[in-house]
Design a protein around this ligand. Structure first.
Ligand SMILES: Cc1ncc(COP(=O)(O)O)c(C=O)c1O
Length: 386
């Protein structure tokens, strides 16, 4: 049937030639996806179709999910719009009114914030526990405990946790343990081997690797937990853009070389910092003196790109800010895992200030030459010595 050009703009028979083979995953976009027959929609068989509507995923987003499950050693993963969305999905899927949740004192700040500001409104009580509690957590688990969060190391104060000890105690009481494995990147730390039931990661950091995307993953290897997480994911509409996922899939290809460089460069800069008279403490999990260093040696196969320094007592707020402002290669900004080095002073009402006063600065080391980064820190400190 001859059709009007307007119709052919929508229903074209023109096709590109077949046979294109490339190294990359195609970017599949789509909100609406088609069914072959009306019956499929009416008899409910579409419920098993992962592509029944774009919000549930496209081949691009589900390939990233499969790759994350493989990387973390789980069976299934769900991809969400940010690392923080991974955290909120776990909270919303696994807790309910009357429940009690345990969160470590060194957790990524927005996690306890969500607990106290949002989950409390739904009748979920949150209790903070000490980072070095290990199997002593058994004493805090109640009959209504619904979830235990772990994070190792903390991403500002850098304490390494004994997730294994916590998970063993939790298993005795049948409480799921969620791990924020962003630092370990699914490479340096095997969350499931250490007993976690749910492993989340901010793909924004190492998998993305270029500070140009926001994504998160939630990985499991238990069908019942997956069902609860997937239901909540579907109800909340936490779908992700295939463009972001395509960038994250590209990030996989360079993750190993980036992490190799970042580990070496970060250790070089951290060791240099440890020798400076103005710096009292270097909080890097692979260096002695970092809380939980012995556990890091036992449990981790490598270290990543963030560490913090604590200036000596008496180093004023003004001097610290002047030092940060003088740096040329380190840009002042949140997040980590990208190609460029970053610096961030931690002031205000947070754990870093409580423990160290206004003397803590966190660095993210990027892909620049470590010698140039050291030179930059050197000139920043030298200016304060004048
Ligand atoms: C340990 C940790 N988890 C989760 C997140 C959240 O990631 P996103 O920035 O993708 O929301 C961050 C962000 O800085 C983080 O440091």
């Amino acid at each position: 049937m001859a059709r009007d050009w307007r119709t052919r703009l929508i229903h074209s028979e023109a096709r590109a030639p077949a046979g294109f083979r490339s190294m990359t995953t195609p970017v599949h976009r789509g909100s609406t996806t088609f069914f072959e027959t009306a019956e499929e929609v009416c008899d409910g068989s579409d419920q098993d179709n992962p592509y029944r509507y774009g919000i549930y995923g496209t081949p691009t987003t589900l390939e990233l999910a499969a790759r994350m499950a493989e990387l973390e050693g789980g069976t299934d993963a769900i991809i969400v719009p940010s690392g923080l969305a991974s955290i909120s999905l776990v909270w919303l899927a696994l807790t309910q009114a009357g429940g009690h949740v345990l969160v470590p004192e060194n957790a990524y700040g927005p996690n306890p914030l969500l607990a106290h500001k949002l989950m409390s409104r739904f009748g979920v009580e949150t209790q903070t526990y000490k980072h070095d509690i290990g199997d002593g957590i058994a004493w805090l688990i109640r009959d209504n405990t619904q979830l235990i969060w772990t994070e190792t190391p903390g991403s500002v104060t850098m304490e390494v946790q004994d997730v294994k000890g916590i998970a063993e105690a939790a298993r005795d009481r049948n409480v799921p343990v969620a791990l924020d494995n962003t630092y370990g990147a699914g490479v340096f730390y095997n969350g499931f081997e250490h007993g976690a039931d749910i492993v989340i990661q901010a793909l924004t950091k190492y998998v993305g690797g270029h500070s140009d995307l926001l994504l998160g993953s939630v990985t499991v290897r238990d069908a019942a937990l997956l069902a609860r997480l997937r239901d909540a994911y579907n109800w909340l509409g936490l779908s992700v853009s295939p463009d972001e996922c395509s960038l994250a899939l590209r990030g996989f290809k360079t993750l190993a070389v980036r992490l190799d460089h970042l580990e070496r460069a970060t250790l070089e800069v951290a060791r240099w910092c440890a020798e400076q008279p103005e710096i009292e403490q270097v909080l890097h999990p692979a260096l002695p003196g970092c809380p939980g260093h012995e556990i890091w040696k036992r449990d981790f196969s490598g270290s990543a790109s963030i560490f913090s320094i604590v200036f000596c007592d008496g180093f004023s707020r003004e001097r610290l800010l002047a030092f940060v402002d003088r740096l040329e290669l380190f840009r002042i900004g949140f997040s980590w895992g990208g190609a460029g080095s970053l610096v961030m002073p931690y002031f205000g009402p947070n754990r870093a200030t409580k423990l160290y006063g206004e003397r803590l600065v966190r660095f993210n080391i990027g892909l620049e030459s470590p010698a140039d980064l050291v030179a930059d820190l050197q000139q920043g400190l030298a200016a304060l010595r004048d």
